[in-house]
Design a protein around this ligand. Structure first.
Ligand code: SAM
Length: 252
């Protein structure tokens, strides 16, 4: 039997505070979100870049939070959606949201650093809004590429600084100091304490840095539908480029 709106509201309050604003049978989980109706407003900017029919596909939502994107993927007909997060508070929200939305989605407590334990690749991996919360962002990208990306990775990161990305050389002279003052050269700012009142915001990349990190981890950028969002596929290994990631389809 469907829950009454009073009961939904009661459970939303008991499970809060929420980062995802999700409409649960007419009740909003985070109506006062500082980013507005988030992540709906973000999703609207790139939803059309993701296949609308996901039947037969598997999806892994890393850092799923309350499951907004997991639910969207299931609504598009994905056969299997697995949401992982290392925060049980968010996972409980996600389970409740999926229950109210009547969606068969699995949510599991797992850190991105442990994705290898899943022992399976997914057609679509969502890795959105997590990179800059990690102490070891490149390690996470390397593991996602090596262990779980089957076809497409949808990636998003907060960005600050220049929105231009310089064409990069394969090498630079030791005495080239000016390079590091160029706004469009890859930059990753380290936050020792807090940014936006959030002590888990460890890194803030500019656009050039995001793109260079994705390439360095062995992803080919095949789409950039929104300022912070990238569609990536597994890059073929170029034997001459010094890359350390394993060749497509092979394990390390
Ligand atoms: C800013 S939220 C992004 C949520 C959602 N992916 C989105 O784009 O709206 C970051 C999420 O990453 C999760 N997270 C942070 N570090 C993680 C880790 N090491 N492994 C798994 N999840 C992590 C947090 O618990 C949080 O739910």
């Amino acid at each position: 039997m469907p829950l009454s709106s009073i009961e939904i509201r009661r459970q939303i309050e008991a499970l809060g505070p929420w980062f995802h604003n999700i409409d649960l049978a007419g009740v909003a989980t985070a109506p006062d979100h500082f980013l507005g109706n988030y992540p709906y407003v973000k999703w609207q900017k790139f939803a059309s870049a993701i296949p609308t029919d996901l039947s037969g596909k598997s999806v892994l939502d890393i850092g799923c939070n309350a499951g907004f994107y997991s639910i969207e993927m299931k609504q598009r007909g994905a056969d299997r959606v697995l949401g992982i997060d290392f925060d049980e508070v968010y996972l409980n929200q996600a389970r409740f949201a999926a229950q109210v939305a009547d969606m068969d989605i699995e949510f599991r407590r797992l850190s991105v650093y442990d994705v290898g334990a899943l022992g399976e690749r997914f057609d679509i991996v969502l890795f959105m809004g997590v990179l800059y919360h990690l102490r070891h962002p490149l390690l996470a990208l390397d593991l996602i590429r090596e262990h779980v990306t089957g076809d497409l990775m949808v990636f998003q990161s907060m960005q600050r600084g220049s929105t231009e990305a310089a064409a990069l050389e394969k090498n630079y002279p030791f005495w080239d100091y000016q390079l590091f003052n160029e706004p469009d050269f890859p930059k990753l700012h380290f936050i020792e304490h807090c940014y936006a009142d959030d002590p888990t915001n460890w890194w803030v990349p500019n656009r050039a840095c995001v793109e260079a990190m994705l390439r360095s981890a062995g992803f080919e950028i095949v789409g950039h539908p929104e300022q912070e969002v990238y569609l990536c596929r597994l890059a073929e290994k170029n034997e001459n480029d010094g890359a350390v990631y394993p060749a497509k389809g092979k394990s390390a």
